[in-house]
Ligand binder design. Sequence first.
Ligand code: WTA
Length: 657
Amino acid sequence: MSESTIESVLHEERVFNPPSEFSSYAHIKSLDEYEQLYEKAKADPVAFWAELAEQELEWFQKWDTVLDWNDPPFAKWFVGGKINICYNCLDRHLTTWRRNKAALIWEGEPGDTRTLTYAQLHREVCQFANAMKQLGVKKGDRVGIYMPMIPEAAIAMLACARIGAVHGVVFGGFSAEALKERLGDAEATLVITADGGFRKDKVVALKEQVDLALANNACPSVQNVLVVQRTKEPVTMVEGRDHWWHDLQKQVSDDCPAEPMDSEDMLFILYTSGSTGKPKGVVHTTAGYNLYTHMTTKWIFDLKDTDVYWCTADVGWITGHSYIVYGPLSNGATTLMYEGVPRPSNPGCFWDIIEKYKVNIFYTAPTAIRAFIKMGEELPNARNLSSLRLLGTVGEPINPEAWIWYHRVIGNEKCPIVDTWWQTETGGIMITPLPGATPTKPGSATRPFPGILAEVVDLDGTPVPANEGGYLVIKHPWPSMMRTVYKNPERFRNTYWEHIAPKDGEYIYFAGDGSRQDEDGYFWVMGRVDDVINVAGHRLGTMEVESALVSHPSVAEAAVVGKPDDLKGEEIYAFVTLEGDYVASDALLKELQAHVVKEIGAIARPGEIRFTDVLPKTRSGKIMRRLLRSLAAGQEIVGDTSTLEDRSVLDKLRSGS
Ligand code: WTA
C-alpha cells in the first residue's frame, strides 16, 4: 500500500448501513443481534462453539471435551468426537431435497460447462476415493493435488477427506521446483494432477511439471500419479506409476462409506510463505475446521438455498479450500467454480458469468477490483448484474476508492460489502462485517466474528489506544486455528506465539499484520509487519525469492522488498549484487527473472531487479530492508540510519551505482 492510500484509509469517515431489506432476510439481522452473539461467545467461547457444533454438524460420535488447551499453543477441539467433513459436505444433504440441487456449477475457460448435483458430486467423490484406495492410499497418507480449476480438483479434495487421506493442494501456478519441495516435505505417496489446464488462452502443462518434479527419484515417497484428462494434449505416462482417471473410473464402484475420523485427525496441509526461505506446511484438522468454515460461510455470506455463490479464488489457496469447497458445501449451497481469469481476449468474463448464472454472492480480491477499475465501467455496465445481493473481498487491504467503485459499479449501491480479514493459518474468516448487521466503512474489515477475540497490542501484549497502530493478535483459541507447522512444532511456536510476550504468560496468537482499531472498535488492517509481501493477493516470503535468486550462479547477494503498486498492492523489487565474473545487463536481468519463475512460479517474478555493488547492512551484517523499501518506493529515507555499517552505501544506492 502506498503512503497516500494509507493516508486515505486513516481519514475515511463514510459509513454504509446494511440495507433494511437485506437485514430483514439475513441470518444475523441487526447490530444488536451481532453484539449479543459476540458477548455470549466472549463470555463462554467453549459453550458457544459446542452449541453450534451440535446444531450445525452431523457427528458419528459426540465429543468428550470441547477444547483442550492444556498444552498451549497446541489446541485440540472436540476431543473424542468422530466426524467426517466429506460426509457433512455431501452425504447429509442426500437425504433432503438438496439431493438434486446443484452443488457445483463449473465453467471452463474455453466456455465448456458442467453442473454436478449433490447426488452426482457424491457419486464422483466416492468413485475417486475408491480409485485412490485401489492405488493403496490409506488413512493418514499424504496426497499432493496439483490441478487446474476443474471439478476434479474439488472432487479429489473431498475424496481424500472421505477416506482420511491428508491433502496437500499445490497451486497450479507453482513451478516443478516448488512442487517438488512441497511433495517432499509432505512425503506424499500419491499426486493427483491433470494433463493440463487453460489459463489466459494458453495451455498450462501441469503433468509435465509433475514429471519434472519427480524426475531422478527426487520425491521417493511418491508411488503413483493419477491424471485427469482436461486439455487432451499429449503427455508422457510412466508405466506402473501414472494412471488415467478415466481408466480407473471404469473399474471402481461408487460405494465408499465415509471414514469416521477423530476430530483432531489431520485434514490437510497447505504450504504458505513465511519469513524464512522455506514455506511452512500449515496443518488443519477435521472437526474444528468443519465447524468454523461452516459457520463463517453461513453468517458472512448469508447463504440461502436459492443462492448461486461464487468465490473467484483458486483451490490452491486457503480461500479456495474454505470458501469454494468446504464452507459452501457443508451448508448445502450452490458453489460456482470458474477455470479462467480476466484476460485480454475476454476482460469481461467475470461479468458474463454473473449474468449467465445469475450469481447472487460474489467474493473476490481487491487486486482484481483495481484491475477492473482500469478496464473501465463499460464492461460491467454492459451486463445485467442485478442478481447480485452481496459482495466480498479478501487477501489484502482494500483502498476506499476501490471499495466505493465495487459498491457503486458492481453492487449498484444496494449490495453490502464484506471485507474479510483472515489467513491460511486461521483457516477461516476472523474479522469481517456480518452483512445484515454491521455498518461498513470503506477500507475496514470492521469487527471480529463471534468467538474471535482480536486485539491490537504492543509487544507486551498491552492493547494500544484507539487509532494507534500496533500488532494484530488473537487471544483465545478458535476451532479452525492451524494446529502446527507440519513436522516442525518449534517453528509453529516461535513464528506465532513468541513475538508477543505478555507478563502473565498468556498465549497470544501473533498474526504478522499491523493494524489499528478506531473509536468504534473497527479494525483497519495495514499490512504485514514481517518479511512477507502481498503481490496481487498472493502471499510471498521475501527470503523465498532471495533464496531463488542466490541459487543462480551470477548472484552473490539478494535483498527483496515490496514496492507499492497501484494494481497489485505490492510488486517484487530485488536488489542484487553479482559475483565477480558477472556484469549487469538486460539479458542477465531477464535471465534472473526467468530463474525465479523456474524456482517458484510466475507469481514470484520480480517486477524490478536493481543491480548494485553494495547492500546497506548493520554492523552485525543484517540487511537493512527498511532503507531498501524506501529506496524501492522512491521515498526519502527517514528514521534512524545510525546502525548502518557504511553510510556511503546509501549515497551509492541513491546515485544508482
Ligand atoms: C492479508 C488469505 C487486509 C494479511 C485469506 C494476511 C488482508 C494475509 C485481508 C494472509 C483483508 C488477507 N484486509 N489484509 N481483508 N485478507 N489479508 O494466508 O496480510 O494467503 O496476513 O490468506 O493476507 O494471506 P493468506
